[in-house]
Design a protein around this ligand. Structure first.
Ligand code: FES
Length: 195
């Protein structure tokens, strides 16, 4: 199976009507549900090769919401700001912090503003309140002492975990900071968008 993405309405192929594909009713309902829950969706055309025949069918994919979380001018170095992302479900609590030193994925003039999910990737220990400004780290985890480096995409410094802390991807628009995605799987989820 190969995948081909087209901007809806601009591709040469027409979108099948509901009567062409009985499953269309199901797709529409799913789209309505996702839009109502704040998750953005897009239509992509998927080419399915079965034997000699190739068929294009529409598929719905979910993308991360774009959420305004803070103003750059309001941030103070080493003072984390809490927010929830990508939704308000389980394990969505996250932190935004101006490190005062350049960091991987950092935004702003100094590339020092980063954001991370608050739950340890080992067994979900709550890391809120554990930020250390002197080492720019989050931890030690209250359960088994894992500590994460926020200057290097949340890589593990020490402890029981073996995966980096999920990093919330940021965009700067004027003075507004937006969360736009998550790099890494949030603890307790099989899909970051399924809270
Ligand atoms: S849950 Fe954090 S180190 Fe085990």
């Amino acid at each position: 199976m190969t995948h081909q993405t087209k901007t809806p309405g601009t591709g040469a192929s027409r979108l099948p009507k509901k009567k062409d594909h009985p499953a269309g009713k199901c797709l529409l309902s799913r789209r309505k549900f996702l839009l109502a829950s704040g998750v953005t969706t897009a239509t992509v055309m998927v080419t399915i090769n079965s034997g000699k025949a190739a068929t294009e069918v529409p598929a719905m994919v979910a993308t991360y919401p774009r959420k305004k979380i803070a103003k750059l001018s309001a941030l103070k170095a080493d003072e984390p700001v809490g927010f929830e992302y990508p939704d308000e479900g389980a394990f969505a609590q996250s932190m935004l912090v101006k490190l005062g030193t350049e960091a991987g994925g950092g935004i702003g003039p100094q590339r020092d503003v980063v954001a991370f999910n608050y739950f340890c990737t080992h067994q979900g220990g709550d890391l809120s309140g554990t930020y250390k400004g002197d080492t720019k780290s989050l931890g030690a985890c209250p359960l088994h002492l894992s500590t994460y480096d926020l200057t290097r995409h949340g890589i593990l410094i020490s402890g029981q975990a073996y995966q980096s802390l999920p990093q919330v991807l940021l965009e700067l628009d004027g003075d507004d900071i937006y969360a736009v995605g998550v790099f890494g799987l949030i603890f307790g989820r099989y899909d970051n968008l399924q809270g």
